[in-house]
Design a protein around this ligand. Structure first.
Ligand code: PGA
Length: 252
């Protein structure tokens, strides 16, 4: 099977139109690495412009509402993301779970809405430092998978899981390659339990302080199908260095 790692930039609440030049540079760089799937999730306000200008990379959102529309001030529906040119949405990021008290049930409902709107879905899971110290990391992550992933026919082909230990996000700290491999193996086993043979094909990304220096070894860890990048995705140079590292792991 052709292996095409997926490298996703999560711009979080960063970026005004001045950043569109950076996005274009990322897109041009992505064209040089056909063996890597490159995607960026900018703030909602930039999705349409970025999607209109993108030739190679895909563009998506960082959240959506579970409802198709209605009286939900400040929220954005999945169909609106698709209408703006988005092709995917990141759901259940730990910052949403922590700062907006998102539950597994809500993440699952959002994922179902996103699939209905024709989007691909990247669902984030990951333990806190206290949970890891207590030896609960795998149990926490498996419970998040059980609660947040939608089920049903053909769904496995349209979802991606991102394992992001909360303590590694934006901190410069990363788990050992062995710990990443152990967790990704546990996630794979759970996905196969949940989806049968189709679960074997779901990409599992690693996220949390990935940068140009550590990308190669993290991407080489067992069952790692790509990476979700925060800080290092904001500059084309640092993001493309990670894309380059991923191209070494692909069949390119
Ligand atoms: P980071 O963020 O790369 O800045 O650690 C990753 C994420 O939150 O997706």
């Amino acid at each position: 099977m052709t292996y095409r790692p997926l490298i996703v930039g999560n711009w979080k609440m960063n970026g005004t139109r001045a950043m569109l030049a950076e996005a274009r540079a990322i897109d041009r760089g992505a064209a040089r690495h056909p063996g890597v799937r490159v995607a960026v999730a900018p703030p909602f306000t930039l999705i349409q412009s970025m999607a209109e200008n993108a030739e190679t990379m895909t563009v998506g959102g960082q959240d959506c509402h579970a409802a198709a529309g209605g009286a939900y001030t400040g929220d954005v529906a999945a169909a609106m993301l698709a209408d703006a040119g988005g092709t995917f949405v990141i759901l259940g990021h730990s910052e949403r779970r922590a700062m907006h008290a998102e539950t597994n049930e809500q993440v699952r409902a959002k994922a179902e809405a996103a699939l209905t709107a024709g989007l691909e879905v990247i669902i984030c899971v990951g333990e806190t430092e206290a949970q890891r110290d207590a030896g609960e990391a795998e149990a926490v992550v498996c419970a998040q998978l059980d609660g947040s992933l939608p089920g049903g026919e053909g769904v496995a082909a349209r979802i991606t899981v991102a394992y992001e230990p909360v303590w590694a996000i934006g901190t410069g700290r990363v788990p050992s390659v062995a710990d990443v491999g152990t967790m990704h193996r546990a996630i794979r086993a759970r996905l196969v339990q949940m989806f049968g043979a189709e679960g074997a094909g779901i990409s599992i990304l690693y996220g949390g302080s990935v940068n140009a220096a550590n990308a190669s070894e993290l991407l080489a860890a067992e069952e790692v199908g790509g990476a979700l990048i925060g800080g290092a995705s904001l500059q084309a140079e640092s993001f493309l260095a990670i894309v380059l590292a991923a191209s070494g792991a692909s069949d390119e």
